[in-house]
Design a protein around this ligand. Structure first.
Ligand code: COA
Length: 393
């Protein structure tokens, strides 16, 4: 039909479509790096602010660079009052990811640098988006319960301030630290679905808000970021460790998936799960209830064994599996699990938008434009001709 050489590859598994300097995942070795640094090292030694800087500026900041960057994030935390007023018109039952996606688009109306953004300007917009996404999620949680949003606290770091804005009280330092680690772990993951969505939109030269709002739509799905909330629904449905075995048997017999298991890239367990699992256990111990961690641990073992028995191959645990019980023990509402993912991943998305539009790391045409194999009918002169509506049966 045409001269397209590309082999049909549904889902683009194993196809490299661009170059990036931002992160890399080795699905066989089970490692993840951001700008060359192993995720384990970043999770144990860097804050979310440092990681956001690393993603944006391609290197770790010096002390004074981090201070300036943090001050900039703090300055950008407030959201416009018109946006708060708009959120107040939304029904309380609105899905948080939908509200966030719409709010990000509306934020574009208040960016003084749009529509003509320079490369420097796009870094400033990126900082705005990282800062304000957290404020938006927290503000929506307050507004939907009929409460006023809590103004950001400039004395608190990003994760701690988010919890403060969510709950209107000084956060427990250990819980704030756990959230900070979660933000580091979720910040970036190469060409996952939402990042690809952001890059695809950015490739049209659309602005960063358009790209990030597309990414949020992609993240909301349960096969991507939405899985963390579905994992918690599943744990609540199981309810006890005694019920795990029968749940696994029933789900596998029905051909249904166990949420939080399986991955498009990892062939071994997700390295982030090894960090999240002990945090989930520790958080359970802190609140005197390790039930959700215990169910998760047993479920992981039983589901892996059942999968292997049924399909003769292994299934891996992914990032969403233990983050669910961890967030739940931290007191984060289930429907905010995926928005919290976005609070972190926005740092990766904006870095990718900048790379797509300015950094030139990618030896590819400017615009993503794949082809599809048409398998529908042909209605042309050789096949059929257009019938006027009056004579159609
Ligand atoms: N539970 C049970 N079986 C699963 C499974 C799961 N979580 N994930 C995949 N499988 C099975 C599929 O049913 C399929 O079986 P089949 O070949 O007999 O039809 C096989 O494994 C391959 O599944 P597929 O969906 O094609 O794998 P994928 O690599 O394209 O998909 C995911 C990866 C993440 C979409 C998939 O594993 C999934 O849906 N997981 C649950 C949702 C989730 O946790 N998402 C977050 C990802 S970070």
């Amino acid at each position: 039909m045409d001269d397209c050489k590309i082999i049909l590859n549904t889902g683009l598994r194993g196809v490299k479509i661009a170059q990036t300097r931002i992160s890399d995942v080795d699905g066989n070795a089970g490692w993840l790096i951001y700008r060359g640094y192993l995720i384990q090292e970043l999770a144990s030694r860097a804050t979310f602010e440092e990681v956001a800087y690393l993603l944006l500026f391609e290197r770790l900041p010096s002390k004074s660079e981090l201070e300036n960057f943090t001050a900039e994030l703090v300055r950008e935390r407030e959201i416009p009052p018109e946006l708060i007023a708009a959120l107040q018109t939304r029904p309380a039952s609105a899905m948080a990811m939908d509200v966030l996606q719409a709010a990000i688009s509306m934020l574009a109306n208040h960016d003084p640098e749009l529509p003509h953004v320079s490369q420097d300007g796009s870094v400033r917009t990126a900082i705005r988006l990282i800062a304000k996404t957290a404020t938006l999620v927290a503000a929506w949680h307050r507004i939907r319960r009929g409460l006023d949003p809590v103004s950001p606290n400039p004395l608190l770091y990003h994760a701690a301030n988010f919890l403060y804005m969510l709950n209107n009280e000084a956060p427990d330092s250990e819980i704030a630290h756990f959230l900070d680690v979660c933000l580091v772990l979720h910040a970036e993951h190469s060409f996952n679905a939402s990042t690809f969505a952001a890059r695809e939109v950015a490739s049209t030269k659309a602005h960063m808000y358009a790209a990030v709002s597309a990414a949020i739509g992609s993240l909301s799905g349960e096969l991507h970021g939405g899985a963390n909330a579905r994992v918690m629904d599943m744990l609540l449905k199981i309810g006890t460790t005694e019920a795990v075995e029968s749940y696994v048997q029933t789900e596998f017999a029905a051909g249904r998936k166990i949420m939080g298991l399986g991955h498009a890239v990892y062939n071994v367990d997700d390295p982030r799960a090894f960090i999240l699992a002990p945090m989930s256990k520790a958080m359970g111990e802190k609140i005197g209830d390790t039930r959700w961690y215990d169910i998760s641990r047993l479920l992981e073992n039983r589901a892996k064994a059942a999968f292997n028995q049924q399909k003769g191959m292994d299934i891996v645990v992914n990032v969403d599996f233990y983050s669910a019980s961890l967030y739940y023990a931290m007191g984060i509402p289930i429907d905010l699990f995926t928005p919290v993912f976005a609070v972190s991943r926005v740092a990766g998305w904006v870095a990718h938008v900048i790379e797509e539009q300015y950094a030139g790391a990618s030896a590819k045409p400017v615009l993503y434009r794949p082809e599809s194999e048409y398998v529908g009918d042909y209605c042309g002169p050789e096949t059929c001709s257009f019938t006027p509506i009056e004579t159609r049966s």
